[in-house]
Design a binder for this molecule. Structure first.
Ligand SMILES: Nc1ncnc2c1ncn2[C@@H]1O[C@H](COP(=O)(O)OP(=O)(O)OP(=O)(O)O)[C@@H](O)[C@H]1O
Ligand SMILES: [Mg+2]
Length: 533
């Protein structure tokens, strides 16, 4: 598939003084990718506007994943890198040639006037669990207290405790790399809650205990694979292929999606990292990276207002860094209005309207399109066949094109999952294998705190021995003097975890102090921590 589709608007009709339409060459030619064919001509997406985000919506089985595959493939052909979550495993076929193409693809290619060129797109496979791709990791420190609290579904009091724990780690130079580091640190905070409380504000043992339980659950879900080193370097997502094509980074998310909060928060973290790290780029001819966020409703479901505001901010600001975000979900109603209003490129597959809430969703979807001549949007949304969609994109000038009922073109790569052996061969050949496949466990909070605790225990032991000797000596003196046997008070523990009842009722740190700590620790709109370089 070429980046300038056959029949794409290479020329612009214009009116002569006599009124007869005359065709003059468009300058410069539109750099666009082909989505499919509509009665009015080819429907395309202008690369220059691809950073103005997009939406692929539609009921189950209507062709969303194939549309995503077509777009990803076309972006890669145009030299644009792609990051996409592969929620059902069926997008992985993009790494294999669609050879021979299935009957429906041949028929659809003919309808769209394209010649199929069966070939594989360049793919790098990633997998949090390290099975179906190179392990993708980040550190607890990099995730930061705000997103960590979101993953752990923390209450305000618990979020306060996490923030204080991060602050202590920051001050003590304790690296928080993996979940065992965070667990060790929380234990430390709990054991020293009195001193810590005096300095930073109250942290209750109850909050810590609740967090420890959640962490345990997270570990049992396999998330311990995700936190650690070597952590994913953004440069590795942004490097193009040697042949100039864009690389498609595919995150195997079948298992990850079973932990919806981890899935959504991880993708959000990646977006915020991109936003932090990429320089301001202004208007580029094509984006640096296009990010496909499948099952996007998980990001917004039960999300607090504060987080929604942040997602909206990331979406608004990241486009000037040359990153386009495409949300994939069943109904546009799954995406909050303030985010939806920023999605300039829309591909709406069929929606079914069985229930009143379905009908409402259809009306909402229809209202979000600029009406095209002779298109009854609400009616068409319900009538379209599989692989058909209502398409409206932003033109070169940034104005939405009139909505057009479009038959989406088939991809050149394979539709459906790639064979495991082919996936493994690609993984083995990838330069990412050397960089990421082997986990490293360097000294961090867990090891440092364990050593510290050991040292303190040894000192306490020595102290106890010394005290016992003293006691024995004094009782010898006393018995020789005829004295009684006083019971020795238990050795005072290094710290206590008692809280007053007032503290228990308050159950959280002083808000002002908490906010100050949070501000000191964090950068960026998602509260990811300041980098130490
Ligand atoms: N552009 C197309 N032209 C013709 N047929 C298509 C097209 N896209 C998809 N199909 C047909 O529809 C089937 C389902 O497509 P796809 O997997 O993309 O749907 P989906 O909306 O992602 O479904 P789900 O919601 O279950 O993930 C494909 O296997 C194919 O047979
Ligand atoms: Mg799908």
């Amino acid at each position: 598939m070429s980046s300038t589709p056959p029949g794409a608007p290479q020329a612009t009709p214009t009116e002569t003084s006599g009124g007869a339409p005359q065709v003059v060459p468009a300058a410069p030619p539109t750099a666009s990718i082909l989505i499919g064919a509509s009665p009015g001509g080819p429907q395309t997406l202008a690369l220059k506007r691809a950073n103005r985000h997009g939406l692929i919506a539609g009921a189950t089985g209507t062709g969303k994943t194939v549309t995503l595959q077509v777009l990803a493939e076309a972006f890669a052909n145009a030299g644009v890198n792609v990051f996409a979550a592969d929620v059902k495993g069926d997008l992985s076929g993009i790494g294999a040639a669609g050879d021979p193409p299935p009957g429906w693809a041949v028929a659809r290619a003919a309808e769209c006037g394209v010649t199929l060129d069966p070939k594989a797109a360049p793919v790098t496979f990633w997998d949090v669990y390290g099975e179906l791709g190179h392990p993708v990791r980040t550190t607890v420190t990099e995730m930061g207290p705000v997103l960590m609290a979101r993953i752990l579904d923390a209450s305000d009091a618990q979020e306060g405790a996490i923030t204080i724990a991060f602050k202590i780690a920051d001050e003590d130079g304790l690296a928080l790399l993996d979940l065992k580091d965070l667990r060790a640190l929380l234990t430390y905070v709990s054991e020293h809650s009195e001193e810590i409380g005096k300095k930073y504000g109250l942290v209750t043992p109850q909050s810590i205990a609740a967090l420890q339980r959640r962490l345990l659950q997270l570990e049992m879900d396999g998330a311990d694979h995700f936190f650690g080193e070597p952590a994913l370097q953004l440069d590795d997502l942004l490097r193009p292929c040697p042949d100039g094509r864009g690389m498609i980074h595919l995150l195997a998310a079948e298992r990850l999606i079973q932990s919806p909060r981890l899935y959504a928060t991880f993708l959000l973290w990646l977006l915020s990292e991109l936003w932090e790290e990429l320089p301001e780029a202004g208007d580029l001819d094509k984006p640096k990276l296009v990010f496909f966020f499948d099952e996007a409703h998980l990001l917004f479901k039960d999300a607090p207002k504060q987080l929604l505001d942040r997602v909206e901010q990331v979406a608004r600001l990241i486009r000037s860094k040359g990153v386009g975000i495409y949300f994939i979900t069943q109904s546009p109603a799954d995406v909050p209005e303030m985010v939806l209003s920023q999605l300039g490129n829309r591909v709406q597959h069929a929606l079914r309207a069985y229930t009143p809430s379905d009908q409402k969703a259809v009306r909402a979807a229809a209202a979000s399109f600029r009406a095209g001549a002779g298109v009854d949007v609400a009616k068409e949304i319900q009538e379209m066949g599989v692989g058909e969609a209502l398409v409206s994109t932003l033109d070169e000038k940034g104005a939405p094109t009139p909505v057009a009922r479009t038959k989406v073109r088939p991809p050149d790569s394979q539709v459906g999952p790639i064979l495991l052996a082919a996936r493994q061969a690609l993984m083995k050949a990838s330069p990412m294998s050397k960089l990421y496949d082997k986990a490293i466990d360097r000294e961090s909070a867990y090891e440092i705190l364990a050593k510290r605790a050991e040292r303190i225990a040894r000192e306490e032991e020595k102290e106890a021995e010394r005290a016992a000797k003293e006691k024995a000596a004094s009782s010898r003196t006393r018995s020789s003097n005829g004295g009684g046997t006083a019971k020795r008070a238990p050795a005072k523990r290094a710290s206590t975890s008692r809280t007053t009842s007032a503290e228990r009722v308050t159950g959280r740190v002083a808000t002002g102090l908490f906010n100050t700590i949070a501000r000191e620790l964090m950068r960026g709109i998602l509260g990811t921590p300041r980098r130490r370089r």
